[in-house]
Design a binder for this molecule. Structure first.
Ligand SMILES: [Fe+2]
Ligand SMILES: [Fe+2]
Length: 200
């Protein structure tokens, strides 16, 4: 895909290189898988394929940064200090978006928001937010029980796919006795419980 120059000065190949330099080969392959899926979902659901590609390529840009770097930014840039009680899983999206903005010069708010929300989701999600959230979960390299079902759902109903992913992510976190970021609960209440209530 050729980029228009509206959202990033990089050509697609250049942006790929910038991203690749900041992560392991394994993670880079994941990023390419997310991009492919995100562009397919954008085509299916009528979102900008270019924005889907850029958001997907950059969504894990900050994933391999040291904790200290995130902690510094959280303390310095006016983030909710409660964030310090969480870790990379939450930080790399929520705070990582600001690294994408600053270091890669991507200013488009819709792209940055999709990066911010890609692990936690939110009650209020744009089409692009949903596409990145879901593509990250079901890209071709993912292999976990339920991924086939998640892919099937994503091809039929994107909102259903958001609900499916949210429920199963939460179940997994609880199973592992991991801390739940409050926004994930909000996502669950809205997309899993809220949607079910609307349909009865
Ligand atoms: Fe991520
Ligand atoms: Fe990812």
């Amino acid at each position: 895909m050729d980029f228009s120059g509206k959202y990033t000065a990089f050509k697609r190949e250049e942006l790929m290189q910038e991203v690749q330099m900041h992560m392991s080969e394994r993670r880079f392959q994941h990023v390419l898988g997310v991009e492919e899926m995100a562009v397919a979902l954008a085509a299916k659901y009528g979102a900008s394929k270019e924005k889907a590609s850029i958001a997907a390529l950059t969504h894990d840009y900050a994933k391999e940064r040291p904790d200290e770097e995130f902690e510094l930014i959280i303390k310095r840039d006016g983030y909710d200090q409660d964030l310090l009680n969480y870790g990379n899983a939450i930080w790399h999206g929520l705070v990582g978006a600001s690294m994408v903005q600053r270091e890669l010069g991507i200013e488009d708010e819709e792209i940055l928001e999709a990066i911010r929300l890609h692990t936690t989701g939110a009650a209020k999600m744009s089409l692009l937010d949903k596409i990145i959230y879901v593509a990250d979960y079901i890209e071709i390299g993912r292999n976990f029980p339920g991924v086939k079902e998640a892919r099937k759902v994503a091809l039929v109903d994107l909102d259903e796919a958001v609900a499916y992913e949210t429920k199963h992510t939460l179940l997994h976190l609880i199973e592992q006795e991991q801390k739940i970021y409050p926004k994930t609960i909000e996502t669950y209440n809205y997309w899993v419980v809220g949607k079910a209530e609307q349909s009865v």
